[in-house]
Design a protein around this ligand. Structure first.
Ligand code: C2E
Ligand code: CA
Ligand code: CA
Ligand code: CA
Length: 279
């Protein structure tokens, strides 16, 4: 009865009604954005301990006709709820692959790994594996150039199903990174069973790694864990030299964060690839 009362209230509460209208407008806009292909990709450099560019993470932005560039935090959650994430994710992969192919044709960044975020709904689509493999072959891209970022919660939701899907792509050379690592409930026992290549230490642990002893222990443990599992380890959200120093001293190999570069648009990233701009 209480729940129903609350529902009924929502029809009369102007603030809630406003929020609902904003949401349905956003959803209609997002649907149109999919049709008009209004998504654009940013690239955030990933560097090793010598400062060499080794890869990039693809981060989507919505180029809204009136609002300008909308960050993913403002539309990905809605896209996931409405299953618009399927077509959006496909457009992201398509754009990323055609960029990689373009760079290949120019002889640029051929040793870089390009990481793409994958949502649960997208990953569970029975056609996901063939979508990815078709794209790679259509663009003539070596599958090992692509790394897919999955979250712990996505994997934990269906560990066996995830392993099957990952193995099919892995067999062709596609890599996998576990995103936001440490924020979920991973245990060593199932980590061992997953065909992962990399753990990505969540930004929230990197943030205070030099001042909060708990975070320092967590980060050291993740690095040690990745080593014993034979995985690469990347730290995200590296903003200050002392964070990098701590990470290097403790054996982390790859870094991503504002210290090196924010996510940049295609032409800026291409200038980095040609060496016209450094970090
Ligand atoms: P994420 O995968 O954890 O991506 C990293 C986010 O951290 C990015 O935010 C990036 O701009 C931000 N970041 C990078 N370096 C730093 C730093 O040094 N300090 C701080 N404070 N932040 C940093 P962004 O681009 O707003 O993306 C937010 C989230 O949206 C991503 O989090 C990811 O979960 C999601 N997302 C982005 N692109 C896609 C996509 O193509 N598909 C899907 N499914 N999700 C995406
Ligand atoms: Ca990510
Ligand atoms: Ca992350
Ligand atoms: Ca903290």
């Amino acid at each position: 009865a209480k729940a129903r009362g609350r529902n009924r209230l929502s029809f009369f509460e102007p603030a809630i009604q406003d929020a609902l209208m904003r949401r349905s407008r956003l959803e209609a806009d997002l649907r149109a954005a999919v049709t008009r292909e209004e998504f654009t990709l940013y690239y955030q450099p990933q560097v090793d301990h010598t400062g060499t560019l080794v890869g990039a993470e693809v981060l989507v932005r919505w180029n809204h006709p009136h609002a300008g560039l909308v960050p993913p935090g403002e539309f990905i959650p809605l896209a996931e709820e409405t299953s618009l994430i399927g077509p959006i994710g496909r457009q992201v992969l398509e754009q990323a692959c055609s960029r990689i192919a373009h760079w290949n044709s120019l002889g640029l960044g051929q040793s870089l790994t390009i990481a793409v975020n994958v949502s649960a709904v997208q990953f569970r689509d029975p056609t996901f594996v063939t979508q990815v493999l078709d794209l790679l072959s259509r663009h003539g891209i070596d599958p090992s150039r692509l790394k897919l970022e999955l979250t712990e919660s996505l994997i934990l939701d269906d560990v066996q199903g995830s392993i099957v899907t990952m193995n099919r792509l892995k067999a062709e050379g596609v890599g996998f990174s576990m995103d936001d690592f440490g924020t979920g409930y991973s245990s060593l026992s199932y980590l061992k069973r997953l065909p992962l290549d990399q753990l990505k230490i969540d930004r929230s642990f990197v943030e205070d790694v030099t001042t909060d002893p708990n975070d320092a222990v967590i980060v050291r443990t993740i690095i040690a864990m990745s080593r014993s599992l034979g995985l690469d380890v990347l730290a995200e959200g590296v903003e200050r030299p002392e964070q990098r120093a701590f990470l290097v001293a403790n054996g982390c190999q790859v870094f991503q964060g504002y210290l090196f570069s924010p996510p940049v648009d295609t032409s800026t990233f291409e200038a980095m690839l040609t060496g016209r701009i450094g970090f």
